[in-house]
Ligand binder design. Structure first.
Ligand code: 5GP
Ligand code: MN
Length: 328
């Protein structure tokens, strides 16, 4: 704990001693990435700091209800001067996408994350793979350093932690996660309303997308591996946004007997986005994704693999089936 505290002290000192910050997160952001960015930005703003909040994809439609969502923007085309760049929830630096180029002049980089595969880039690094969400780390940092905290920050952190834990369900959800949840609720956030905004406000096209994905569902390794895929044609016909498919893979993971779930999404750049989930620590999907140039966590990982949808499906499923077979 004291090592954690001294790392928080180091980060806290840098945050206090500088004045211009850029807070960044990964491309194709999720609730954890965006919620953490806004939460930390609000706290630093209240400390009197000048804060830019950039993500390559900008604010997603589905998270635009977050308090002060307007703070988050796409990065400018020309770099801007900042003292410190802070990467949140971003396993490797190139997943910052175009946000990276916009902060070239930063004198210092802080890297705060919970991905096991994070190599520790940057000058000041805090990576805790036991944290179920980067939001949990940001909460602890703000509290530990006595930084400003209010209900708007709490709502953003609740969204971050809730989405990255599958509503406080995934295995890394700990007593600490529930304690933090309780403290966030104590700030007066409306849990029912927030959960409705997070989980009961999907666009119809997302469910239509699920219907199409289920049509492509297939099983391998005696039904222990389940996958489905989305090609560009179907995505265009349904007019889906990239953000629409976040979480749909959970339908595969939820099947009894399935231990690895995979979602293949054809991209327009000649690559396939592969999303993978495991139900057991014995099958580390981060290791499998790293073989294809990706990364993530033991139970949730991803990669972008060059090739056609059919080629990538075959290569990746073969690799998974080899691992599953060797485990049984
Ligand atoms: P998802 O499947 O939800 O897109 O991602 C699951 C996890 O894997 C996330 O924590 C995400 O950061 C990581 N991840 C997804 N795609 C990639 C990738 O292309 N490269 C790396 N390094 N990590 C990825
Ligand atoms: Mn995360």
């Amino acid at each position: 704990m004291s090592a954690v505290r001294s790392k928080f002290d180091e980060i806290g000192r840098v945050l206090r001693e500088h004045s211009r910050f850029a807070i960044l997160s990964h491309v194709r952001p999720d609730g954890d990435a965006l919620g953490c960015q806004i939460a930390l930005a609000l706290s630093l703003q209240q400390l009197g700091k000048e804060v830019r909040v950039w993500n390559e994809d900008g604010m997603l439609e589905k998270y635009s209800f977050l308090p002060r969502a307007e703070l988050l923007n796409k990065p400018p085309a020309a770099p801007e001067d900042v003292d410190v760049a802070i990467a949140l929830d971003t396993a490797i630096q190139n997943r910052l996408g175009t946000a990276f180029a916009a902060v070239r002049s930063a004198k210092m980089w802080i890297n705060i994350d919970h991905h096991l595969s994070n190599p520790g880039y940057g000058d000041l690094v805090y990576v805790d793979p036991t944290a179920p969400a980067t939001g949990q780390i940001i909460f602890d940092l703000i509290k530990n350093q006595g930084f400003p905290f209010n209900r708007e920050i709490a709502e953003n952190l609740f969204a971050a932690i809730s989405t990255d834990t599958g509503s406080f369900q995934y295995p890394k959800t700990s007593a600490r996660t529930f304690e933090i949840g309780a403290q966030l609720v104590c700030t007066g956030i409306n849990v029912g309303r927030l959960n409705q905004q997070l989980y009961e406000n999907y666009p119809r096209r997302r469910i239509e997308l699920l219907r199409e994905l289920l049509r492509t569902m297939r099983f391998a390794s005696e039904d222990r591996v389940a996958s489905f895929s989305l090609n560009l044609k179907t995505a265009a016909a349904l007019q889906v946004l990239p953000e629409d498919n976040e979480g749909l893979i959970d339908h595969l993971r939820a099947i009894r007997g399935v231990i690895v779930a995979v979602f293949f999404e054809e991209m327009s750049d000649g690559k396939v986005r592969v999303s993978m989930r495991s139900k057991t620590d014995d099958i580390d999907v981060c290791v499998i994704c790293q073989k294809f140039g990706g990364g993530g966590h033991t139970l949730a990982a991803g990669a972008r693999v060059r090739g056609t949808l059919a080629e990538v499906e075959q290569r990746v499923l073969e690799e998974i089936c080899d691992v599953v077979k060797s485990q049984s």
